[in-house]
Design a protein around this ligand. Structure first.
Ligand SMILES: *Cc1c(COP(=O)(O)O)cnc(C)c1O
Length: 391
């Protein structure tokens, strides 16, 4: 007999989405690749309520991952998408039509803003941006045409933490859907649905997959009405996810908690060391006192992942180039959430419209990987020396 499902997240990560018991059965669900699903009889073909119908809608492999993410996020249903960005766009499209208005955090993942500006606008949906630290004052930005709020907490690149319960309360009062991009919290450190969100989505590409070898998105809904809207959105878009990628994400999910705790520890150690460096003017890490929204992070999150930023004091471009070229353990590349450390330069002020980014120096976004923290600090130390040599 299967055990009764445990309540703690660490138990859910191990227990959810496992194959049903039989006389002898594998630990993991098989990877079922399919386009055509065959029905044995005419009656089977005509029957309405079926879990597996056609490859585009997923197989038992997808169902297993969906069940595990639903359990983790605390929602009613999860839909998988081919990437994190498609999870964002399909969620927004589920709730808007021509003439509607959507509120988007000014600190949102840049391609989300790109979708609003270059796509939604063409179909008569108007995006409007808000300060990620707006809290309950979001109510003043809601109009009768507002249909969705897209919050991402903390912000990409700049890591402001949002007051989701306050935003959710304002959204629900006005019958507006609150969509939260929960990639940083990975469904583990933050529970947007418990805080009032209608949708919690994540780029599973990051921590669920955890090994930088697959792209996938997950949309978890708080109620069946939202879940049905997302089902329709994905159907009309023709979205589908490969069984192999779903299996990789499910495999990654099994070790999510141990990896996240190590990413957290190393991230905090790097942030602490960086805060004391003269080259660093600010550390943007939600778990550090003084970071924007830190008190809210303490109230709503149970931990911090390994992604944060530092703002450097202004440096000549050649010195910044020397800093990046000198690093040997930190790779330069997009995405994050894998076992390896990363560092990329960025200029968050470039995209902002609702808030002003006043820091003059460049921002460096860091992903703390699973390497030895001492080795990582040594690598940063010698990179700062290379930077100084060019100043
Ligand atoms: C990476 C990321 C995405 C997009 O995920 P992809 O799988 O690369 O499409 C969306 N939101 C956030 C916050 C991200 O960091």
């Amino acid at each position: 007999m299967r055990k009764k499902r445990g309540h703690a997240d660490d138990t859910k990560l191990v227990d959810a989405g496992r194959p049903p018991a039989s006389a002898a059965y594998p630990v993991n669900p098989p990877v079922t690749r399919a386009s055509t699903i065959l029905f044995d009889t005419y009656k089977d073909f005509q029957e309405g309520a079926r879990n597996i119908v056609y490859g585009r809608f997923g197989t038992d492999t997808h169902r297993a991952l969906e069940a595990a993410v639903t359990d983790l996020e605390g929602g009613v249903r999860t839909h998988l998408t081919p990437s994190g960005l498609s999870a964002v766009t399909a969620s927004i499209l589920a709730f808007v039509k021509a003439g509607d208005h959507v509120l988007i955090s000014d600190g949102v993942y840049d391609p989300t803003r790109g979708f609003c500006e270059r796509f939604l606008k063409r179909f008569g949906v108007t995006p409007d941006y808000y300060d990620p630290q707006i809290g309950a004052a979001i109510a003043d930005k809601i109009t009768p045409a507002t249909k969705a709020i897209v919050a991402e907490s903390p912000s990409s690149l700049t890591f402001e933490v949002q007051d989701l319960p306050a935003i959710a309360a304002a959204a629900r009062k006005a019958d507006v859907k609150l969509i939260v991009d929960n990639t940083w919290g990975a469904g583990y450190f933050l529970k947007p649905i418990a805080l009032g969100a209608h949708v919690s989505l994540q780029a599973g590409t990051k921590y669920l997959v955890g090994h930088s070898d697959a792209l996938i998105g997950a949309i978890t809904c708080a109620d069946e009405v939202c879940a049905e809207a997302v089902t329709q959105s994905l159907r009309q878009l023709g979205s589908s996810v490969s069984a192999d990628d779903a299996a990789l994400a499910l495999r990654g999910l099994r070790t999510l908690s141990v990896r996240l705790k190590r990413h957290e520890q190393t991230g905090l150690a790097l942030a602490e060391w960086l805060a004391a460096r003269p080259e660093v003017s600010r550390v943007l890490h939600p778990a550090r006192p003084g970071a924007p929204g830190h008190d809210i992070w303490r109230r709503d999150f149970t931990g911090a992942s390994g992604l944060f930023s530092i703002v450097l004091a202004p440096v000549p471009e050649v010195a910044l180039e020397a800093f990046f070229n000198a690093m040997t353990l930190f790779g330069m590349g997009f995405s994050w959430g894998g076992y390896e450390s990363l560092a990329i330069p960025s200029r968050p002020g470039k995209w902002r419209t609702a808030t002003v980014w006043a820091d003059p120096g460049p921002v460096v976004r860091i992903h703390a990987g699973l390497e030895d923290p001492g080795d990582l600090i040594e690598d940063l130390d010698q990179a700062f020396a290379a930077m100084a040599a060019r100043q």
